[in-house]
Design a protein around this ligand. Structure first.
Ligand SMILES: Cc1cc2nc3c(=O)[nH]c(=O)nc-3n(C[C@H](O)[C@H](O)[C@H](O)COP(=O)(O)O)c2cc1C
Length: 408
């Protein structure tokens, strides 16, 4: 395996296979261990999505976008969404093949190989994962495949919308799905599908009939899924993110109605709309929703994913195909193997990469400060935190990080 940047610099990218571009549903069905960055208002913007994608986070989401505003106003479109040709990562992902996997797992080979691969990733700053090749785009974290059943696979970006009705949603989806020409004149697909927010618990959202206001209105959810499919075609990928209900029969109805309307996958956050994020997530409720989907579509589990062990528990106890993290990734974007790449706290190089990405893409100061604050949280004492919170510009934060011997 290549170990330093000088070795990586001499890669002949023509020797790399072209990465497979899958739909979200295909990735969840055909790849093992799919790791996902949650939609995060104000936080899952371009620089942070790009950062998470450098550390084994295969699917990322935009923050929730209000569909009606998005289609009505150019100002809203500019403020709510930006992307880059290079934000999606390229990963060696293990192909899901039960027969071969079973044989290998019996002699323990594949487990040992996975451990070696990911501990190697965790030991290094993944130089390759941020390297861009003029013709190839993003390069994978390691040049060599960890094994014959690993396939080079391109990451996925989903836009999350909140909408009270099908027309507003379809209008917004059509706008965000129209390919544009980039600065080099090449056609750029902005997103790989959309997610419908049926979980936002804010009272204003509930009252406007969006987010968790849809949890007990499965017919409206179904109308919205159908409206997008009617406008964009049956192959267009639509997922639905829900919270569980106190009455699980209502969750079952929502799951089945969304699937029959054509939803391609479901994300299940294992808290009810009344539960704060400080309350523990219910894995049995997630399992109930997964069982209600009857294997008709793949499901993603969400809630309280802080370290790799939580990812394993979520998979084992609920039967989900993908695992989504929100606060765990904010605190440690290397997280789903660094929470997602196997690091227990945010490594220095992740903070450094984030600063570089915010310089490339630009990010307003309050958001920049908030992200760095999340990442450094575990490393600052009370006085350092007070000082850090008093900083008021990008330059002041960068100076502070230099003092802390981060190389920027
Ligand atoms: C700062 C923040 C912003 C969020 N924004 C959204 C959002 O835009 N859309 C959404 O569906 N959920 C949103 N959520 C909820 C998360 O996606 C996730 O469902 C929830 O935090 C549970 O996951 P966790 O326990 O890993 O944090 C947000 C959560 C946080 C902490």
């Amino acid at each position: 395996m290549a170990n330093d940047v000088s070795e990586l610099a001499s890669i002949d990218v023509n020797e790399l296979p072209r990465p497979a571009s899958l739909t979200p549903r295909q990735m969840l069905e055909e790849r093992e261990d799919v790791n996902i960055l949650a939609p995060l208002v104000r936080c899952s913007k371009l620089p942070f999505r790009h950062l998470a994608s450098m550390y084994e986070t295969h699917i990322t989401h935009t923050p929730m976008i209000l569909a009606e505003e998005f289609s009505r106003s150019q100002i809203a479109r500019t403020a709510d969404f930006s992307t880059s040709r290079y934000e999606r990562g390229v990963y060696w992902m293990r192909e899901r093949n039960r027969k071969r996997r079973k044989l290998e797992d019996e002699d323990g080979d594949s487990v040992a190989r996975d451990q070696a691969y990911f501990s190697d990733l965790a030991a290094r700053p993944l130089p390759c994962a941020n390297q861009i090749d003029a013709t190839y785009g993003r390069l994978p974290a390691t040049v060599q495949s960890p094994g014959e059943d690993y396939v080079l696979t391109r990451g996925i970006l989903l836009a999350q919308f909140a909408s009270p009705n099908g027309k507003a949603l379809a209008d917004a989806v059509e706008l965000i799905s129209t390919p544009v020409a980039d600065t080099e004149g090449e056609s750029l697909r902005l997103v790989d599908g959309i997610d419908l927010n049926c979980g936002c618990p804010q009272p204003w959202a509930y009252a406007s009939g969006i987010g968790s206001g849809l949890l007990r209105k499965p017919e409206i959810v179904a109308d919205m899924v159908r409206a997008v499919k009617d406008r964009m075609g049956w192959n267009y990928d639509v997922s639905v993110k829900i919270r569980v209900d106190t009455d699980l029969k209502l969750t079952e109805r929502l799951v089945q109605t969304a699937i029959h309307a054509g939803a391609n996958h479901l994300t299940i956050h294992g808290r009810t709309r009344h539960q704060a994020s400080t309350q523990a997530v219910s894995l049995p409720s997630i399992k109930f929703a997964v069982d209600a989907a009857k294997g008709e579509v793949p499901c993603v589990g969400n809630g309280d994913i802080w370290e790799l062990e939580d990812v394993r528990t979520m998979r084992n106890e609920t039967g989900v195909r993908g695992v989504m993290a929100a606060r765990g990734l904010l605190a440690n974007p290397v997280s789903s193997r660094a929470l997602f790449a196997g690091y227990t706290s945010t490594p220095k190089h992740a903070v450094e990469n984030f600063v570089k990405l915010t310089m490339d893409y630009s990010l307003i100061y309050p958001l920049f400060h908030r992200h760095v604050s999340y990442m450094l949280e575990g490393t600052m004492n009370k006085y350092e935190r007070l000082y850090f919170n008093s900083l008021d510009s990008h330059v002041a934060v960068v100076d502070y990080m230099r003092l802390r011997r981060l190389s920027l």
